[in-house]
Design a protein around this ligand. Structure first.
Ligand SMILES: C[S@@+](CC[C@H](N)C(=O)[O-])C[C@H]1O[C@@H](n2cnc3c(N)ncnc32)[C@H](O)[C@@H]1O
Length: 254
């Protein structure tokens, strides 16, 4: 796949089904994801009234850590709570307290259009929590070499959908660098007017790389993973060299 390419949206569901199979046979991947989900859970603001909701839930595994989370995706898979499209949500205005997007932001061809919809459904003070690839030097090498999706750091950012865009026409788009460019590098700072950026944390995650993700081989057994985790802690001082994951927390201002 090349930067900017458009594949049929059903490609997402093919990957979800394949990922479910990998999930069953990779305990270390499950453990690392549990840690990611715990990190996301720690950033929820439970004082805001409304639903905690995840968009693009895929396998829906976030429920193991946040059981009350409403899981959703483009596809009505039976293990999810609802079918939802980020560009046109079925939630009522102001009815959501926290919206979670785990590895979804980089699939949004029109992030500004989606953010406007998030603003509509969020209660005042509600949060958008984005967890996505971070493109440090290490991220660029590893995601670039071992992941099929383009990084797209030079792809022109298309913030909003063209007039007449229909959410049902959403395609399979991927640019792994999208969150890094918007939130970490702040390439277009004016785009986030109306949002308070509470946190942008680039995090090393050799522990995650060592799982091999959903499609690659795992590097090392359970004992070795303690080493990877320790390494991540030590390398966190040099995010531009080693970050692999970006945690972003936005707050909807009044
Ligand atoms: C890389 S997967 C991540 C799945 C899951 N969050 C995880 O981390 O395992 C991306 C997910 O985003 C979903 N997605 C892509 N575009 C979307 C949109 N416009 N609205 C809602 N979900 C979308 C896909 O269907 C897919 O399940």
């Amino acid at each position: 796949m090349n930067a900017g390419d458009s594949l049929p949206v059903g490609q997402h569901d093919l990957e979800i089904q394949a990922n479910r199979e990998a999930w069953q046979r990779k305990p270390q991947l499950r453990a690392v994801y549990r840690g990611f989900h715990e990190l996301i859970a720690s950033r929820l603001d439970r004082s805001v009234p409304g639903l905690i909701c995840e968009l693009g839930s895929g396998m829906g595994s976030i429920k193991e850590v946040i059981p009350e989370c409403v899981t959703t995706d483009l596809f009505p898979n039976p293990w999810l709570d609802r079918q939802e499209n980020a560009y046109r949500l079925s939630f009522a205005d102001g009815s959501v307290s926290n919206l979670i997007l785990f590895d979804v932001w980089h699939h949004l061809r029109y992030p500004g259009t989606a953010l406007a919809e998030f603003r509509r459904v969020l209660a005042p003070g509600g949060r958008v929590i984005v967890f996505d690839p971070a493109i440090s030097w290490t991220g660029r090498v590893i995601y670039g070499l071992f992941h099929h999706e383009p990084i797209g750091m030079d792809l022109p950012l298309t913030w909003s959908a063209p007039a007449g865009f229909n959410a049902a026409d959403a395609d399979y788009f991927a640019a792994q660098g999208a969150a890094t460019r918007i939130f970490w590098r702040r390439e277009e700072p004016g785009r986030l007017a109306g949002w308070e950026t509470l946190e942008v944390s680039p995090l090393p995650s050799f522990e995650y790389f060592a799982t091999g993700g959903f499609s690659g081989p795992q590097v090392g057994g359970a004992g070795v993973f303690r080493f990877w985790r320790g390494l991540d802690r030590n390398l966190s001082r040099w995010p531009s060299l080693f970050a692999a994951r970006l945690l972003v927390v936005l707050k909807r201002t009044q």
